[in-house]
Design a protein around this ligand. Sequence first.
Ligand code: BGC
Length: 756
Amino acid sequence: MKKFNLSVAFLLFLGGYCLQAQERIPQVEALLEKMTLEEKIGQLNLLTPGGGIATGSVVSEDVEAKIKAGNVGGVFGVSSPERVRQAQELAVKNSRLGIPLLIGSDVIHGYKTTFPIPLGLSSSWDMDLIRETAKVAAKEATADGINWNFSPMVDISRDPRWGRVAEGAGEDAYLGSQVARAMVQGYQQEDLSEPNTMIATVKHMALYGAPEGGRDYNRVDMSRTKMFNEYLPPYKAAVDAGVGSVMTSFNDIDGVPATGNKWLLTDLLRERWGFNGFVVSDYTSVNEMIAHGMGDLQDVSAMALKAGLDMDMVGEGFLTTLKKSVEEGKVSEEEITTAARRILEAKHKLGLLDDPYKYSDTSRPETDILTKENRDLARLAATQSFVLLKKKDNILPVSKKAKIALIGPLANNQSNMLGTWAPTGDFTLSVPVLEGFRNVAPSAKITYAKGANITNDTALAKKVNVFGSKVEISNESSEQLLQGALKVAKASDVVVAVIGEASEMSGEAASRSNIQIPESQKRLLRELVKTGKPIAVVLMSGRPLDISEEMEMPVSILQVWHPGVEAGNAIADVVFGYVNPSGKLTMSWPRNVGQVPVYYGERTTGRPAPTQEFEKFKSNYLDVKNSPLLPFGHGLSYTNFQYSEIKASKENLRSVDSLKISTTVTNTGKLEGQEVVQLYIHDKVRSITPPKKQLIDFKKISLAPGESKTVEFQVTVEDLKFYNSQLEHVAEPGEFEFFVGGTSDCEMQGSFTLTE
Ligand code: BGC
């Protein structure tokens, strides 16, 4: 008996040792051994020198002193190989242990080569393309010294009032998960120690995209089943793809701010999902827990650490209070060691512990940044992100032989092309639409007129212009601008009206309660329509807009988001028909803001509304239909596609089997085109109310005129799973309907049964 006990103890010891040997990195452990409590706390501190960098100095005084003192684990807002080398030297040559810094940045949709805003990129439904844009962003950013990126933002958003919908992939958990994975793969690739890869950060954990009233930073309240089924999957997909860090969100969850939420950061993220990277707060979100009502700075810092937060962005609560909390027994040194270990492990993964200057190669910016290939990719990505919302006659594509009136406040504008959250980009390098038209159609007769200001509301303009002038109110009166445009329009064969939102009318802290095109531009369009000329509207925005009025006008509408550095060229490629638009919306567009949130995957009710007419005592409105103006998955083409022979390979699916759902898609028009073929299911009977429709797969195909292709989807029990009220991931036997088409608004095509 004694012998048995001894060998069990020995095995346990050995097991523990192996576990430790497998998980712990000797280089990191050796460092931790040497570190004082203060030095460990220093690793948890993330600072930004802010404006100092932009104006040329390496780092501002106190940041420099703190780095030298070993009080900083990372910085952001510092770039270029030279400056990053200087920053690293401060740490390596001056701090006692010489531990290099993480160098962070918000590389949201490209670094210097700015790609379309993420909501636009997601509309391409092309994961290879999205992965490639992230790869190029990583190559450029690392060439400029960055080793850690605060992207991808994967917050599911169904409320277009919220300005940050521009930064994500829209309303759907399945599509959002694909995009999350593709971006993490693009930034990190196979090996983080390669000099052209950087650590990705999935953000903002969690549910940040569901703020009450669509108001930024607002509270969030949501059931667990909704979280697990509809909002959490993209974060989990990023974790499963090996994302190196996670950023917390500003909002609360179940009344506890995410930054101090142990259930979220430890029970779910680490224990249930197995995340083993590090967790960073959002900008001062530790300190903001004071305003949330969680206590003073010492309380909230201790709360965040104990919840599982490893790094404190900007607020310095960790730096200034954690030691005291250890002394008072409020946190343990072990908890601080654990967080410091995670930061050091990230530095190890990047290879920084061996070579602190590996991102300081001064030859790289020239060869890697803003190359022709990178700009070509930006142009391609932009064309793929455009969504043809409405077709009227054959206004689009426009003939190069036509006399073209190019009109609108965004038609010859450079400052808004990059879109929101492009702080690393340079708008002066972007191609305005007029220039793009001249590049692509040099012999075309193009006349430009501004026609209107983006908005005449000077108070709004001031709020939008915080990062530089995006809205310029002309010295000419509105009437003069309008008359100038009407004159140009009347003398033309076709009008291309480039209108919409300024880039900073969406993005962070840019919520809107009225999501229409600004009135100054609505008026311009109404007057242009009165000329009777064919009109193609090129619409820019960072969010779904309420364009109910414009959809009724006799115009074609091409949605181009904010297209990035190659804006004008990409728009010209599509307007002149060199590229056929193929994007599909990833967020539903409402008929009016009162319908919000409106999304295709809403769960069933007991009193479903009739599809068209109002009916008393049904779930509908007196004054508007339930359906969105433009559904998720919608997007037209210059050609037409016909779906036929939609069928399932069998009627019953056993849990160990799979079945095939297939369809034939034919290009019935005269131009080559791409179509995103979408597969949705509806679980007819299950233990919690199911979504009316749920995307489970899609394929993007290309078809020559007259060509047909058969598209096959493999369906397994995994595709039918959901989180039940015990939060178990299960598929329940019973009947499933399926729907196939080029929009979420497609018809039911058949059903199959999942058997035990
Ligand atoms: C944003 C984050 C961003 C951070 C650092 C915050 O205001 O919410 O998305 O990564 O700033 O710039």
